[in-house]
Ligand binder design. Structure first.
Ligand code: AMP
Length: 126
């Protein structure tokens, strides 16, 4: 399996500091920032700093340290945004789109962390 990474994608530019972002959390291997077109009161994107296109690419090629860091960053974002733990009873949803069927727009792995309102069905029925 091979994955081609386009280093001109918008999240690569964010990671290089070429365009701004609204940072929620930065760790050694991950960055979390507010989605520019939020679809819920909380809509944060968590990305690995490494050049990975999709979740399966990441899991196939990332180091254990990157995978642990990324997953802990997602959990920490939930805590910081008051979606988890004692702060909330509302819950949240995490989604990673991959490829055309999932309508992935930006070809750098990103986990959507969504919450703050009822989120409806997981999938539309269309
Ligand atoms: P996806 O369809 O899963 O690839 O989602 C891409 C997401 O990136 C969308 O929710 C966009 O609103 C978001 N997005 C695009 N450009 C930026 C940006 N410069 N800063 C923050 N979020 C962005």
């Amino acid at each position: 399996m091979s994955f081609e990474y386009d280093d001109q994608n918008i999240f690569a530019k964010i990671l290089r500091g070429e365009i701004p972002n609204s940072t929620v959390l930065e760790t050694e291997h991950s960055l979390a920032f507010h989605d520019i077109a939020a679809q819920a009161p909380v809509h944060v994107l968590v990305i690995p700093k490494g050049a990975y296109v999709t979740y399966d690419h990441f899991i196939a090629e990332a180091s254990d340290a990157e995978i642990v860091d990324f997953n802990r960053a997602i959990g920490e974002v939930c805590r910081l945004m008051k979606l988890s733990g004692a702060d909330t009873d509302g819950g949240f949803r995490i989604i990673a789109n991959a490829g055309a069927h999932a309508l992935q727009e930006v070809p750098h792995l990103h986990m959507h962390v969504l919450g703050g309102r009822p989120l409806g069905l997981l999938l539309d029925r269309g």
